[in-house]
Design a protein around this ligand. Structure first.
Ligand code: HEC
Length: 99
């Protein structure tokens, strides 16, 4: 039984990690294909942020406690449906695009 649970956990980690690019698709409209744009001319460029910074900021947007350019509510809507694994996966993907 324990093995089954571990296997299932391993699988879900793999799936969410593999899905970082998929999760980022809707973000690209504002942040650029490679996270290189200032979203709506307001946000910071996000592909220079570290994975940890990304995770923290996305969690804070989700919680409604981050609002650096007056558009935190908009970002809250973007990540509201992402769970912790998805936030980690998309953050990993964004930080991997650094050039
Ligand atoms: C409709 C345009 C839009 C979309 C789509 C969008 N964002 Fe944003 N994003 C913004 C804006 C505007 C800000 C600045 C928010 C604020 O005032 O704090 C921002 C801020 C951020 C920040 C913090 C950068 C900073 O300036 O501090 C991160 C990280 C981020 N977005 C990631 C994402 C991710 C990941 C997605 C997809 C799940 C996404 N965004 C989708 C417009 C967008």
């Amino acid at each position: 039984m324990k093995k089954m649970i571990l296997l299932a956990m391993g699988l879900s980690v793999m799936l969410s990690a593999a899905d970082g690019a998929g999760l980022y698709k809707k973000c690209a409209a504002c942040h650029g294909m490679h996270g290189e744009k200032k979203a709506l001319g307001k946000s910071d460029v996000i592909n220079t942020m570290s994975k940890e910074e990304l995770i923290t900021s996305l969690k804070d947007y989700k919680a409604g406690t981050r609002n650096t350019k007056g558009m935190g509510a908009l970002m809250k809507g973007q990540v509201a449906s992402y769970d912790e694994a998805q936030i980690t996966a998309v953050s990993e993907y964004i930080s991997s695009m650094k050039q």
